[in-house]
Design a protein around this ligand. Structure first.
Ligand SMILES: [Fe+2]
Ligand SMILES: [Fe+2]
Length: 416
């Protein structure tokens, strides 16, 4: 029988059938589970969940009032077979599947991401209507993104890979921000630098709100005149920040103005070269190209991450400084979390975590047998471990070809 009870009345052994919240708004991987420890109840209360639904028929109770003691486990005498007294008639709560550190961070990362996505939408709307930008909201969101990346560098990048169904207009700046913070962290930037980078990237394409929609959304090649107008968006992004006299670091304005500058001077608007392009601007530029290449647009399908990295590698030494390209590839990973891969054994797996020290050997979840049969309980496998040396990633396959949504294996399918 399903009953709604106050969260504080929960007890160990009760089965919560529904926490009554969407996946990104509660601390668990699933909406239902047995309470196996009081800390799980406290966690729900910390999340502000005051009431939950329980299934009273599934509540686990000791069948005997007798408590376990040493006498229940007498020492085995030689030649005799004595077994400890059976105390519980009901089965113990099922053991949860092993979860990776990334999966633990995902609900919090998703909360920060969703909040920032709302802010990103508000930013575009304010800009289109010439209204004042709510700088505090952006700052707060960026702080939360930096905190999430500090706890686990891959949860937010996994999320942007798995949530490709949102509108590019609003997700692009946020995705560039996430990619930049995450790679900036891997490159050793301080938290204050990461926050400046996060702000600059959130604002980098603001000027597009002043570019006519027919140019912005044109599926065909732009004419020379249209391209001039389009290119103007970078300078406009900086102009908007200056016009509004927003209390931001100078570097935030530089990231916005210069994110299309390239080391050989072929970029715009100021044709800066090599060392004149600040490092934070370079990180934004790389993340910007990567997100544009991997995103699905109305008129074309996004590239797979390793294809986009190959393309960016081709810009090494011309558009971007070689060492920065190498560092970017290192931080994003050839197989980012959420990639679907086929192994040399024919098994199909989902990449769960990047091994930044060994990009070809991520932590994976084997989800299907070589014959295509999906496993009911997929297994985590760390390709870096010596005992797993027989397994290698053979190729990346699109989720469409694989026939399943990898988000399912992060427990975030179809919600949020
Ligand atoms: Fe841009
Ligand atoms: Fe952009």
């Amino acid at each position: 029988m399903i009953r709604k009870i106050p969260t504080k009345s929960l007890e160990v052994g009760m089965f919560v059938s529904d926490v009554g919240r969407a996946w990104f708004n509660h601390p668990w991987k699933t909406k239902s589970k047995y309470i196996s420890d009081r800390s799980e109840i406290e966690e729900l209360i910390r999340f502000g969940i005051d009431e939950v639904y329980i299934d009273t028929q599934k509540t686990l109770k000791p069948s005997s009032e007798k408590k376990l003691s040493a006498k229940d486990f007498p020492l085995k005498q030689p030649g005799t077979e004595q077994r400890p007294a059976r105390v519980y008639s009901n089965p113990a709560p099922p053991k949860p599947d092993p979860v990776s550190a990334l999966e633990q961070e995902l609900p919090r990362a998703a909360k920060a991401y969703n909040k920032a996505l709302d802010t990103s939408k508000a930013l575009v709307a304010a800009c289109r209507m010439n209204k004042r930008i709510e700088i505090n909201a952006v700052q707060e969101n960026v702080d939360e993104l930096v905190e999430s990346v500090s706890r686990n560098p891959d949860a937010l990048t996994a999320l942007i890979k798995l949530r490709r169904f949102d509108d590019y207009t609003y997700t692009h700046s946020l995705n560039v921000s996430v990619l930049s913070i995450s790679s900036g962290k891997a490159l050793g930037l301080s938290d204050s630098e990461l926050k400046v980078l996060g702000m600059g990237t959130m604002f980098h394409d603001l000027g597009k709100c002043r570019v006519p929609a027919f140019i912005l959304n044109k599926p065909d090649k732009l004419t020379d005149d249209e391209f001039v107008i389009m290119k103007n968006h970078a300078a406009l992004s900086a102009d908007i920040l200056i016009e509004q006299k927003l209390p931001v670091d100078d570097m935030v304005i530089k990231v916005a103005r210069h994110h299309h500058e390239r080391m050989d001077g072929s970029g715009y608007p100021d044709h800066l070269k090599g060392p004149d392009i600040p490092n934070l601007v370079t990180i934004c530029g790389l993340s910007d190209v990567y997100d544009a290449l991997t995103s699905d647009r109305v008129y074309h399908k996004g590239m797979l991450p390793h294809e986009a990295l190959k393309f960016i590698y081709g810009l090494r030494g011309t558009h971007f400084q070689p060492e920065w390209v190498d560092r970017f590839v290192q931080s994003v990973g050839i197989y980012p979390p959420g990639s679907v891969v086929e192994l040399n054994t024919g098994h199909v797996a989902v990449v769960m975590e990047v091994n930044h020290a060994s990009l070809l050997n991520p932590l994976i979840k084997i989800v299907a047998e070589p014959n295509g049969q999906l496993y009911p309980r997929p297994k985590l496998l760390d390709l870096q471990q010596p005992e797993n040396k027989g397994f290698n990633i053979q190729e990346v396959i699109t989720p469409k070809k694989a026939g399943f949504d990898p988000a399912y294996y992060f427990n975030i399918k179809g919600e949020g």
